[in-house]
Structures are given as C-alpha cells and as structure tokens.
Design a binder for this molecule. Structure first.
Ligand code: FE2
Ligand code: FE2
Length: 206
C-alpha cells in the first residue's frame, strides 16, 4: 500500500512556511503599521494583520490570476465581522489587485509593502527557497531576453544573486511605502501583471 501525500499548492506552502508565514509575516506588518501610522491599538487591525493573506491557501500561483485574488477571502471575513470599511482594508491591501479594480489601495497595503523592507533576508530567503516561491517572484525578468529587458529600460539582472535581488525589492518596497503612505495615487504600479519588472513585485507583495 502506498501512502499518498497530498501536494500542497505554492499558495498553501507560502502561508505555512513561506513569505506569508501566518505567525511571522503579521508581526512585520504590525511593525510597519506602527512606523507609518502609529501604534495599532484597534484589535481589528491585528486581526487583519493575521488573516489578510490567508486567501493564498489553495492558490496554484502567487502572482498569477488565482493568486492575485488572494485578498478576497480575508475581505469577506472582515466585512462580515466588522463592516465594509474593514472589508476594503483587506481587499485593497494588494496594490495590483486595487489597481485592477480601479480603486485606491488601503493603508494595509502600505504597511504590507513596508513589511517586506523590514523582513530580514536571513529569515525571508530561506523560506521562499523552501517553498519554491523565489522562482516565481524572480520570474519577472528571468522570462525576458536581455534585449527585451533593455527595450523596456529595465536593468538586466539575470546574474544577480538572491541576496541582491532581495535587497533591490526591499529598496523598491520601502520607497513605494514612503511615497504612498498618505494614500496618494499610485502611478508606479503597472496594470498588467505580465509587464511587471522584477523589483516591482515581491514575495508578500500582495
Ligand atoms: Fe501581506
Ligand atoms: Fe497579500
């Protein structure tokens, strides 16, 4: 008799032991919120920090059409529990999803981006390697030829190490969060996921 071990999807792996690890990622989001908007006294915020990415469970990709809808699960939950304002806080925590919906990103989105910049590489990189997420997150440029990358004005970074890539993503996310912490219009985030340069996307960059 052979024992069949069910294969976890990349979204589930991310929540269990990857970039969106359910007991680690929320702390960095909370720390980021504290820096940006003051201490999060409202317990509903802490609830949002914990559940906002749980919608990745069962998703077959992180940045594809399925993964992109990951905010919906927590949004429904918070909407039912606390009302529409909390629904939107979670639903619009992904700048890509918010842009696709034609709606402004939420404060949780800004904290979520700064959280990436606050998560140390020695914690982040082993986790995304373990889950296999790193391959998907870095695909943004790997899938392109040098010529195509150059034609888009993107630096060709095929040979850069995971450490260098991660540092670049962190810098981008920090700059994005500082620039947009007051909720100003997001002109940095492209509409089509397929056309997104690698440093514009990141693990936990919902
Ligand atoms: Fe997140
Ligand atoms: Fe997310």
């Amino acid at each position: 008799m052979t024992l069949k071990v069910p294969r976890l999807t990349i979204g589930t792996r991310s929540v269990l032991f990857g970039a969106h690890q359910f007991a680690i990622h929320p702390w960095f989001v909370a720390a980021a919120w504290w820096r940006l908007y003051g201490f999060p006294w409202d317990p509903r915020l802490w609830f949002a920090f914990v559940v906002h990415d749980l919608g990745y469970v069962g998703k077959p990709n992180m940045d594809g059409p399925e993964g992109e809808t990951h905010p919906e699960w927590a949004a429904r939950l918070l909407g039912r529990l606390f009302g529409p304002e909390w629904h939107d806080l979670c639903l619009l925590h992904s700048r890509f999803y918010a842009r696709r919906l034609g709606r402004p990103f939420s404060r949780l989105c800004v904290a979520d981006k700064l959280a990436i910049a606050l998560t140390p590489w020695w914690l982040y990189l082993p986790m995304v390697r373990l889950t296999g997420e790193v391959a998907e997150y870095r695909q943004g440029l790997r899938g392109r030829t040098r010529a195509r990358a150059a034609s888009k004005g993107w630096e060709h970074v095929e040979e850069e190490s995971d450490r260098e890539w991660h540092r670049r993503v962190q810098n981008y996310c920090r700059r994005w969060a500082i620039e947009h912490h007051d909720g100003r219009e997001d002109t940095w985030t492209p509409l089509a996921v397929a056309a997104v340069p690698a440093d514009a996307r990141a693990g936990a960059d919902g």
